[in-house]
Ligand binder design. Structure first.
Ligand code: FES
Length: 69
């Protein structure tokens, strides 16, 4: 689904950023552009970032596995 209409950012984009180690909403904006215009998407983007972060999902991030993927 589209989370940020202004910049065409989807939940898949946010998941990919979270899995790549994105740790904050401001970093997510820098990586994807989400929230860089009107900002109405920021609350949803932040919630998705938290939900998709590997630590939030109960998964221990193993850098060697991330590099292999
Ligand atoms: S909907 Fe994301 S900046 Fe406008």
């Amino acid at each position: 689904m589209y989370v940020c209409i202004c910049n065409g950012i989807t939940d898949h984009d946010i998941r990919a950023a979270a899995e790549a180690g994105c740790g904050s909403l401001s970093e997510l904006t820098m990586r994807t552009g989400v929230g860089a215009c009107c900002g109405t998407c920021m609350e949803t983007a932040g919630a998705l970032l938290e939900a998709y972060r590997p630590a939030a999902a109960g998964v221990v991030a193993l850098p060697v596995l991330q590099r292999a993927a």
